[in-house]
Design a protein around this ligand. Structure first.
Ligand SMILES: Cc1cc2nc3c(=O)[nH]c(=O)nc-3n(C[C@H](O)[C@H](O)[C@H](O)COP(=O)(O)O)c2cc1C
Length: 309
């Protein structure tokens, strides 16, 4: 089985990925949060930081593109190839309203004819392997049958399926019957993604799909960075390891020199997920959420880690 860390805009930045890779069970593949094509010759500084090989040493990184425009996609692929990337991922899953209203991400799934035209072009013109990360439809799971027929026409390096429709956002439960249909009918290799939060969730997926060769985990790992280790038989994480991980992320964000407020914002976003590991730390977590100064943040974090010990 291969294990991938899901791309999560704002969270799985290169700083997070490096800290995770160093402190916990490394993933077999990492994905950048989505890049949107633009007409500038190179990449913006923010984009560059994500994709520079020296920021991603020792790990297999797949850049992800969010687009419904074949020219933009192809131009971005060319730019990425200069950095040595051999696989590019297409985002057909993002459910956010601003993205979907432009028929991108899972919004593109509502236009199967245009999607097919787009895939025709990128699979015939891009000189790279292309994997796809997709939801199962825009409004209804019934849309998936047609979408799968389309995907089956192309040599998709890997089809990563998050079996929800756009309208689900993150509500409801993954629609496994649709994933089962994909397992039966897909001509391309599949990867399962969605709601693997505990070892048991992973166990149920492998039991149901014994031939599955890859899973992608997002929120489960952000909530509990020791999850992959636990799945592979390691003991649950202890406070020391979590602390080292936290401190590395904090230190690396601080080194960016992009202002205390921004560093705090990044850390608080992670705590929205990782806080669930600290059942005794409700008071400290509230303090972390409210804090506006680094000093207060550090004091609250110290107390929070002490509560875990
Ligand atoms: C805050 C947030 C940001 C995300 N950003 C991206 C993204 O940039 N690209 C993408 O393909 N999916 C993105 N996703 C979706 C995740 O990659 C993943 O498909 C989803 O969380 C379901 O998997 P999980 O249940 O393991 O978390 C994002 C999800 C969240 C919650």
């Amino acid at each position: 089985m291969k294990y991938y860390l899901a791309p999560m805009e704002g969270i799985t930045t290169y700083i997070y990925r490096n800290a995770y890779h160093q402190c916990f069970m490394p993933a077999d593949k990492y994905f950048t949060p989505f890049l949107v094509p633009h007409t500038k010759k190179g990449f913006s500084i923010k984009e560059l930081k994500e994709i520079l090989p020296e920021h991603n040493e020792g790990m297999c990184l797949v850049p992800q593109i969010l687009s419904n425009d074949a020219d933009g996609f192809l131009a971005t692929v060319k730019k990425l190839q200069r950095f040595g990337y051999r696989e590019i991922n297409l985002n057909l899953g993002c459910p956010s309203k601003t993205v979907v209203s432009k028929y991108r991400g899972s919004g593109f799934l509502a236009k199967p004819e245009e999607l097919e035209g787009f895939l025709d072009r990128i699979y015939s013109e891009a000189k790279t392997e292309i994997s796809i990360k997709t939801r199962i439809g825009k409004d209804s799971p019934e849309e998936f049958e047609r979408l799968l027929q389309i995907y089956n026409k192309y040599p998709v390096k890997e089809l990563i399926i998050h079996p929800r429709v756009q309208q689900d956002f993150y509500k409801n439960i993954p629609r496994l019957s649709v994933f089962t249909e994909a397992v039966r009918e897909s001509k391309n290799p599949l990867c399962y993604n969605g709601d693997i939060f505990r070892g048991q969730d992973y166990g149920q997926i492998v039991e149901k799909y014994p031939k599955l060769s890859a899973v992608m985990l997002g929120r489960g790992i952000i909530k509990n960075p020791g999850l992959l280790g636990e799945i592979k038989g390691e003991e649950p994480v202890d406070a020391g390891r979590l602390r080292a991980f936290h401190d590395k992320i904090l230190e690396d964000y601080r080194a960016l020199d992009f202002g205390e407020k921004n560093v705090l914002f990044k850390m608080k976003e992670i705590w929205c997920y990782m806080g669930s590991l600290f059942s005794e730390g409700e008071k400290e977590l509230k303090r972390i959420k409210k804090t506006e100064r680094m000093k207060d943040y550090e004091a609250a974090a110290d107390q929070l880690f002490a509560s875990l010990e």
